[in-house]
Design a protein around this ligand. Sequence first.
Ligand SMILES: [Fe+2]
Length: 255
Amino acid sequence: MTPAVLELPKAAPFLIEQDYSAYGTEQHSVWAELVRRRMPQLERHAAQEYLDGFESLCLPYDRVPNLTAVSSKLHRRTGWNAAPVSGFMPAPAFFEMLAARRFPTTTWLRSRDSLEYTPEPDIFHDVFGHVPMHAHPVFADFLARYGQVCARLEDEAILERIGRVFWYTVEFGLIRQNGEVKVYGSGLISSNGECANVLRRGCAVRSFDLDEVLRTPVKVDEMHHLLFAIDSFDQIYEAMHTLEARINRGSLLDD
Ligand SMILES: [Fe+2]
């Protein structure tokens, strides 16, 4: 058996190689256009940790990223990799990868006529949106812990509740920095529309509270009306410990 099958038995069928030479001039140009569109807003409104991560990983502005090159820089910092996968993965395989600090990363890129939105995540969402935060040590530990906790759960109702923590942090998280609300969630980082909705105060922003997050259902088909701002990444790392303790005592909500 290959090492991947031994180490990641559930995820192994979804692991692929990134065929970097298959990207053509048009795809590199689409990547460059996507970065050019997002960066001005992010330089002003993204969390400093996101911008630092982008720079420290030397993510390219002008071409589709090579995942081997990204992973080699990332791994030296936090032990994480951006691991190419074939597409949508079942939850147990996804959690197994997070627990092993391998972020499932798609390799396809949206076309020029859908720059603003793709129903499924592409390499722009996964690398531009997610990967810079994985260079931050506390966020990196939080995300691995999330995977470890979820990987040993089977109860769908509990997983759906805990999935709300992922949604309102990893995907749509906000943080207060220097008196302003900044974005760090990948769905806000990679989408002009979602980010603009927050900036024009189209959604309420409340302080991150684990119980409120666990009680707030995820709606994927509309702009958010409510998001949560942390004060530091320690807060979500500690929230994972609280969640774990609650799971161990058999009561997820604090009531
Ligand atoms: Fe995502």
